[in-house]
Design a protein around this ligand. Structure first.
Ligand code: ADP
Length: 250
């Protein structure tokens, strides 16, 4: 997150550097079941972000001392590929990846009915192939879809979204340039059905009023993203339905 800079991020017409209005998301596309060997999987493109998620489990947690006798544990592992950013990223987990893995695991734990699977682990591998700001919320959004694809019961899918502040104005879903030269970023995740906020982080500073505006913008966008998640799942299962008599193409 940048400090004061001369770079103008909103033009005279009120449009952002990629032509979006203050409350507009970048284009989002979700695909389900993209990996044959995982129990569940999903791929998301969110603006310039490209993220692949594979889910395994519930399976017996190993090593045994990690098992919880009353519920499943969720191990999300967020990883950025070396080629996902402009300058080659050093492979392997760094502090940032460990933090993001932790907050994503905790967010998913609220949604999954973990008590139905004692002593097991649900492993969620989040691989960022291309990064353009907002990868944690893109990864979390795709992870929820991959969990459904794996048949894991949840109260609802978790939806990630972010709002931020650029040129002193609160806007939805920062891209990389806005993230670099803006004043604040607020990634969050909610469970739309219960309205619970399951992830909330802040980089930079918001006034109380701005914070409320940012949360409101993300909450509205979450309804739209939640529909995209559902449509992506329906698309997979519709394509697998056997064709009905009479509908068969010659
Ligand atoms: P998020 O991707 O969830 O917004 P950050 O705010 O930490 O997480 O990162 C913003 C963006 O900065 C990332 O999406 C990525 O484009 C870039 N970035 C993060 N870490 C690195 C890194 N180690 N090397 C190069 N670019 C990075």
């Amino acid at each position: 997150m940048g400090t004061q800079s001369d770079i103008k991020l909103i033009n005279e017409e009120g449009l952002r550097n990629d032509g979006r209005k203050f409350n507009e998301l970048r284009p989002i596309r979700i695909e389900v079941g993209v990996l044959n060997r995982a129990d569940g999987s999903a791929y998301i493109e969110w603006g310039g972000n490209k993220v692949l998620v594979a889910v395994y489990g519930p399976r017996e947690a190993f090593p045994k001392h990690t098992q919880n006798p009353s519920r499943a544990i969720i191990n999300a592992r967020y990883n950025m590929a070396a080629f996902s950013v402009d300058e080659r990223k050093r492979p392997g987990p760094d502090r940032r990846a460990i933090e993001i893995s932790k907050v994503i695991s905790e967010a998913l734990e609220v949604a999954v009915f973990t008590e139905q699977f004692p002593r097991t682990s649900i492993d969620v591998y989040i691989e960022v192939l291309q990064a353009d700001a907002g990868t944690r919320i893109a990864g979390l959004t795709a992870a929820s879809v991959a969990l459904v694809d794996a048949g894991i019961p949840m109260k609802d899918m978790v939806v990630g979204c972010a709002a931020g502040k650029i040129d002193g104005k609160v806007v939805l879903d920062l891209n990389k340039e806005e993230d670099n030269f803006g004043q604040a970023d607020l990634p969050m995740a909610i469970i739309p059905r219960t309205d619970e906020i399951v992830l909330l982080q802040m980089d930079g500073n918001f006034s109380r009023e701005e914070l409320e505006q940012a949360v409101e913008l993300s909450k509205k966008a979450a309804t739209y993203i939640s529909n995209l998640q559902r449509e992506a799942l329906m698309a997979k299962y519709k394509s697998q339905e056997p064709e009905k008599e009479g509908e068969r193409s010659e």
